[in-house]
Design a protein around this ligand. Structure first.
Ligand SMILES: [Fe+2]
Length: 352
């Protein structure tokens, strides 16, 4: 009789019921079966929720300026419109690891001093003459300048000109919050004392020399502002020397001069000249990359979609998606990603 009763039950269904009973039982003890999630956890290649996207500066500039009518820089602390990836809505990020936003500072305004464990860069998109002070050096910023505020460095901003200024902020905030290691501290004063001359750090650390007794192997660059006036002519020299990559053009990497490594440990930035008539070969890598058009105009195919860009436009290529640049006229693209962090962890890959 017992044998007959068992044979009438679907063994497959019986197994599933038994497994579910087991899963329910062990869940009360904080346990869950890995075998039910392995394919989701360990895929055969990267799959990103991040999608290709572009922000056309001409279309959004007026909205960035409109923010000044609604909130002061002082009240906002940082008046920034975040560039949210359409594949990651509500997550305050442009890729899974990076936050990007357009910061507006109006004439006469200051953005008060603080420091945090997140590292930040500014890339100047529109305007000239506002300043950022970092660890005692007040640097006057112009279009195309690449400005660092590394992890735990004191920084404040101000605009003593008569025109608004807009720059791109990129921070490793999602990465730092993933590790749950965010600290932030406000300075006692609204702006920090200026104890260095504008350009001191570029002269001290970016000229093939180092001050005597300079720190041996700092994990970030000591240069505050890699000015466009300094780096742009180097692109021409690279091109004239024939150092034009078939995928990336004549490209330089913003380096930590003390080590030759990336300027910061979590974010790596580059500047590329795409010659007139450039037809870049397709490329992909595991670092989702943010691009800014500094000069010219062109088109980038990301996956199956073409994105046309011109000066001030910002676009993003997700991790492991093919992209290739095409230009009619000479153009310059700035780019930034989490590649240094991936390299440090030994997980960065590219396919050329
Ligand atoms: Fe900050």
């Amino acid at each position: 009789m017992v044998k007959a009763a068992h044979s009438s039950i679907d063994p497959k269904n019986n197994t599933q019921v038994a497994r579910q009973d087991y899963y329910d039982k062990i869940s009360k003890f904080g346990l869950t079966p890995a075998w039910e999630r392995l394919r989701e956890l360990i895929g055969t290649e990267p799959k990103s929720q991040c999608v290709p996207a572009i922000w056309k500066f001409k279309s959004i500039k007026a909205m960035v300026l409109e923010a000044a009518e609604l909130i002061s820089a002082e009240e906002a602390e940082r008046r920034v419109l975040l560039l949210e990836n359409p594949g990651l809505p509500g997550k305050s990020r442009i890729t899974q690891t990076l936050l990007a936003g357009l910061q507006l500072i109006m004439p006469g305004e200051t953005a008060t001093g603080h420091r945090h464990t997140a590292s930040a860069i500014r890339f100047i998109v529109d305007g000239d003459g506002a300043y950022t002070t970092v660890e005692g050096e007040r640097t006057c910023m112009s279009s195309g300048d690449f400005v660092l505020t590394p992890n735990w460095t004191r920084h404040d901003h101000g605009n003593t000109t008569d025109r608004p200024m807009i720059w791109l902020d990129v921070l490793d905030v999602p990465m730092i919050n993933y590790f749950e290691t965010m600290f932030c501290e406000h300075l006692d004063r609204q702006t920090q004392p200026v104890i260095l001359q504008d350009g001191d750090s570029l002269a001290f650390f970016g000229s093939g020399v180092l001050p005597d007794r300079a720190p041996g192997t700092p994990n970030h660059s000591s240069i505050i502002n890699y000015t466009y006036a300094h780096t742009r002519p180097i692109l021409n020299r690279l091109q004239q020397a024939g150092r034009v990559d078939k995928r990336h053009g004549a490209r330089l990497r913003y380096a930590n001069p003390a080590t030759g490594g990336w300027a910061m440990p979590t974010m790596g930035a580059q500047l590329a000249l795409l010659p007139a008539g450039f037809k870049g070969e397709s490329y992909r890598a595991t670092d989702g990359t943010i691009f800014v058009c500094v000069e010219g105009q062109g088109l980038t195919q990301i996956g199956d979609t073409n994105f046309e860009w011109s000066r001030g436009d910002i676009f993003v290529a997700p991790p492991w998606q093919h992209y290739g640049h095409t230009t009619d006229n000479e153009s310059v693209l700035f780019s930034i990603s989490d590649r240094p962090a991936q390299e440090a962890l030994g997980i960065w890959r590219e396919i050329t």
